[in-house]
Ligand binder design. Structure first.
Ligand code: RP5
Ligand code: MG
Ligand code: MG
Length: 261
């Protein structure tokens, strides 16, 4: 059920124009698709934060030839189109330009997964935020700032969005690569470093979660097949990977009731 998907082809933020509909078989760049006519879109907030025009701008210049492009990402070498624009490693998604993403090519994020067992109900729960942009429940992640170490982003975003400050140096690496985020375009996408920390009931009891930054609310979300499927972007897949890895290291960390599902 939790195969890596490419849903971004059919979803977009409200400020985006409609995507060109791309069928599964026309998604790979290797497939010749002369009828492909996606719109070009760059959000005004991205243009306003051009790093060549603004000292603290977080976005690349609109002219791709002036941008410093990486040659590879977690997904491998980056291919360019005839205009020198990076090509999304998942293939066509029905929109060119950068949309709401600042960087041409990969835009790096970090996602801290914090879980605990709720002894009373036998549930495994995740410290989840409700995103301000679309109301969906999500991992409290965010974009890596210029010059910031990913370990710093993980801790900072967790603190900003949930109010919880944790030492994540013992957190386990779960995933590094493409995120199926609805902001994706053919030329800009998100890649994340996902780390997992499983807390004991005692450790979790100490925390006082409080929503902040891009979070409307924060909660210990019981992880069920249903709640995992409804998580934002690829977050359900990341959490399933994290729990699978936890089970391998420490089979008794997960309650019997949870494993039956
Ligand atoms: C997601 O967008 C990433 O996995 C990460 O959780 C998030 C980063 O973007 P913002 O939360 O800063 O919007 O796809
Ligand atoms: Mg944030
Ligand atoms: Mg965020």
């Amino acid at each position: 059920v939790y195969v890596e998907s490419y849903r971004a082809r059919f979803e977009w933020p409200p400020e985006y124009p409609r995507r060109f509909n791309v069928a599964d078989e026309n998604t790979p760049w290797e497939v010749d698709y002369p009828a492909y006519a996606p719109k070009y879109f760059v959000a005004p907030v991205v243009l306003d934060n051009d790093c060549l025009k603004k000292a603290d701008g977080w976005a690349d210049p609109e002219d791709v030839s002036l941008a410093e492009l990486p040659t590879e990402s977690f997904e491998g070498p980056i291919q360019l189109d005839e205009q020198g624009r990076p090509l999304n490693p998942r293939g066509r998604c029905g929109m060119t330009g950068r949309g709401l993403l600042g960087k041409w090519g990969p835009n790096y994020a970090a996602d801290p997964i914090i879980t605990r067992v709720n002894e009373r109900f036998g549930d495994v729960e995740m410290l989840a935020i409700q995103r301000k942009d679309n109301g969906q429940w999500a991992i409290p992640g965010g974009m890596v700032d210029k010059g910031e170490a990913v370990s710093g982003t993980l801790r900072r975003e967790l603190k900003e969005e949930t109010g919880v400050d944790l030492d994540l140096s013992d957190a386990h690496l779960v995933y590094q690569g493409f995120v199926d985020d609805r902001r994706s375009t053919d030329n800009a996408w998100i890649e994340s470093t996902v780390k997992h920390l499983h807390l004991t009931g005692e450790q979790a009891k100490e925390l006082e979660p409080e929503a902040g930054s891009d979070a409307l609310s924060v909660t210990w979300l019981p992880l069920t097949e249903r709640s995992l499927k409804k998580l934002y972007a690829s977050h359900g897949y990341f959490v399933v990977c994290a729990l699978g890895m936890l089970y391998k290291r420490q089979p008794d960390a997960l309650p019997a009731k949870f494993l039956e599902v």
